[in-house]
Design a protein around this ligand. Structure first.
Ligand code: XIL
Length: 349
């Protein structure tokens, strides 16, 4: 064998050997997933995949209101701090998630017990204290590891309406006034933290995307300190992405001068369907999302809402679909993993 051919055989790395984060970083893209603290601490395989492949992680639940303020005025950062310390040690960034969220799953019992009774003034006091305390804590503890925060999550309903029947909506009559206030508290607590609004169903043109644009334009007009928009991108056959439309919509948001992050990508497939066709449909959905993000310069992070079907919020879901992630139940890479890898090799075009 000629010397050069032998040398190239020796130096050629199999495609599967390159960490996703290395491929992504050459396009100034962060890549990662939501993570849970239990497997992070107890499962070496789970941990190894994260440290090999990811440059960013989002705590799936550990930074939510319920986790951080289990009793009024008594914060518990122990679990969150362990996650931040793990990330810091491995040079991984952390997306903070989330401060203002209406979902009952995010509220501690002490808030839920009196949910109907909190007055607007009390709601404001609770939220302000929470936002300031949490951000101040991670400014000191994380030393830049927690680099951005979904300050507010899912304020807009499915028809594009302001979610009015929620505790936090009592603070202000419209979403611009509410977020202007909350983002100012956040900026005051940490001037270097990147502040995001995060939502689902705003990825393609439609009522909800229009409402998100109006909200963001309103904030820009008020000079609210907002840096970015998080697009969740929970997709499936029922919520099928059309990536030409996704790209169009991403450009509209980028036109407002915002950084864009894909924050919770997944593509659920029907239970029991392991056909090559279905796995390819999922792989194409992952690759399409990466490509749409890479095409829009403002898109700087691609984060999935889990990475292995073994540790997955779909296990709580009765919808009849799931297995939405890169690795199967046994931790074996699915076609989606290889599709992400090759989309990252192609880069920004
Ligand atoms: C979900 C978690 O995955 C679940 O474990 C928890 O029980 C409820 O919250 N949009 C979001 C996430 O912004 O915070 C949600 O996470 C999923 C939908």
């Amino acid at each position: 064998m000629p010397f050069l051919a032998a040398l190239s055989l020796l130096t050629a790395t199999p495609a599967s050997a390159a960490p996703l984060k290395t491929l992504a970083s050459s396009h100034q893209l962060l890549i990662g997933s939501a993570v849970r603290t239990d497997p992070l601490e107890q499962d070496a395989e789970y941990r190894a995949f994260i440290t090999k492949h990811f440059s960013v992680i989002t705590p799936e639940n550990a930074f939510k209101f319920e986790a951080l303020q289990p009793e009024r005025g008594k914060f518990d950062f122990a679990e969150a701090d362990r996650l931040v310390e793990f990330a810091r040690k491995h040079g991984i960034k952390v997306r903070g998630h989330t401060l203002l969220w209406h979902h009952p799953g995010a509220f501690p019992a002490w808030i839920k017990e009196r949910e109907k009774e909190w007055t607007p003034a009390e709601a404001k006091e609770l939220l302000e204290a929470h936002v300031r305390a949490v951000i101040t804590h991670f400014r000191k503890q994380g030393k830049g590891t927690v680099f951005c925060f979904d300050v507010a999550n899912e304020l807009i309903g499915d028809q594009g309406e302001y979610r009015k029947d929620t505790l936090w909506a009592r603070i202000a009559p419209d979403p611009v006034t509410l977020l202007d206030q909350v983002f100012r508290w956040a900026r005051a607590a940490d001037p270097s933290l990147k502040l995001f609004y995060n939502d689902y169903g705003i990825e393609m043109p439609g009522k909800k995307a229009d409402a998100a644009l109006r909200l963001l334009e309103g904030l820009k007009k008020k000079k609210t300190p907002i840096d970015g928009l998080g697009l969740q991108m929970h997709f499936s056959r029922r919520f099928r992405p059309d990536y030409a439309k996704v790209e169009t919509q991403l450009r509209k948001y980028a036109g407002l001068g915002l950084t864009l992050h894909v924050t919770e990508f997944d593509y659920a497939i029907p239970d029991g369907d392991d056909s090559a066709e279905t796995l390819k449909e999922q792989a194409d959905a992952y690759a399409g999302a990466i490509r749409a993000c890479l095409k829009v310069k403002a898109c700087k992070a691609f984060v999935t809402w889990g990475f292995t079907d073994r540790v997955s919020y779909f296990k709580q879901d009765p919808s009849g679909e799931g297995r939405a992630f890169l690795l199967d139940e046994k931790g074996v890479p699915k076609p989606a993993f290889h599709a992400v890898e090759s989309a990252l090799r192609q880069g920004r075009r």
